[in-house]
Design a protein around this ligand. Structure first.
Ligand code: PRP
Length: 283
């Protein structure tokens, strides 16, 4: 049987993120001069570089076994693929957006309007669910200027920070869904063991990126309260210290919460509180 094929975005921010993630998971390859193909060293895997929006369809059709793409693009392509893992990056919302001065108090009020979007399928489904009939203008980009150009009354577009909307004097009227970067797999599941190993490896890197290892000493009579502050991923590791009234705790804490957790532990009487980054993990 041929090698397992993974489709990665060929350019842009997602291309760099995906390549970095695979490399951190020990799936190493060298892409030569914008070549569309690379061989992974040590594993029977080929990397194919593709347009991000083609990856869902190519995975559903079996041209690639797995792929990294946006869940928004999978929804829009209505691709029959399995989502294996959320990669913790590329989080965004798809929303109906209107001029700052316009009020649309319910999605049904979109009835009769012209809506420009590159997400025509998702938009049509949304309108149908809300019993609204609108004229959907299909585009592939620069959707945010279409109201100014006079060809749409509203748009459906991705919103990440909101700065594109603000720059174009638009606002969110209604949210359609939340999306992020995901790892998908073809339903035939060729090379199942290797595919599962890729999932486990990537999962280890994704979890490690979100957590830090926190170590601290705490008086035993405060341990129960400390454990409430730091319950850990599964449960904290407790070891005894020479001073029988104290113990040491090792626990995973969400990196974003580490400083506030350290404040709370210190207030409780903990000492020698140390944060260490986690490079990789298997839980
Ligand atoms: C997306 C989207 C918006 C922008 C939103 O475009 O279409 O234009 O990001 O991000 P913000 O809320 O942080 O401003 P992207 O940069 O992915 O390129 P595209 O125009 O090719 O879709």
């Amino acid at each position: 049987m041929s090698n397992l094929r993974i489709g990665l975005p060929s350019k842009g921010r997602l291309s760099d993120l995906a390549s970095e993630l695979l490399k951190e998971a020990g799936i190493k390859f060298r892409r030569q001069n914008r070549s569309l193909f690379a061989k992974v060293s040590d594993l029977p895997i080929e990397i194919i570089f593709l347009r991000t929006d083609d990856i869902p369809v190519l995975c559903a059709e079996g041209a690639i076994d797995m792929g990294i793409t946006g869940s928004d693009l999978v929804a829009e392509a209505q691709a029959d693929v399995q989502t294996r893992l959320s990669l913790g990056v590329g989080k965004c919302r798809l929303a109906v957006c209107v001029p700052e001065t316009m009020e649309i108090d319910s999605p049904a009020k979109l009835n009769g309007l012209r809506i420009a979007t590159s997400f025509t399928n998702v938009t049509k489904n949304y309108l149908q669910q809300h019993d609204a009939e609108a004229h959907v203008v299909p585009l592939t980009g620069s959707v945010e200027i279409m109201i100014t150009l006079g060809i749409a009354d509203a748009i459906v577009d991705l919103v990440e920070t909101g700065s594109t909307l603000a720059a174009n004097r638009l606002k969110i009227s209604h949210e359609i869904g939340n999306y992020e970067t995901i790892l998908i797999q073809n339903q035939q599941k060729r090379h199942p063991e290797l595919a599962d190993r890729i999932v486990r490896r990537l999962e280890g890197v994704v979890i490690a990126r979100g957590y830090s290892l926190l170590e601290y000493n705490i008086p035993k009579n405060q341990l129960a309260q400390a454990e409430e502050i730091t319950p850990g991923f599964k449960s904290p590791t407790i070891t005894s210290l020479e001073d029988s009234e104290w113990c040491a705790v090792r626990v995973m804490v969400k990196t974003k919460q580490v400083t506030s957790v350290m404040d709370q532990l210190e207030e409780l009487g903990a000492s020698a509180i140390l944060e260490t980054p986690i490079n990789n993990c298997r839980l």
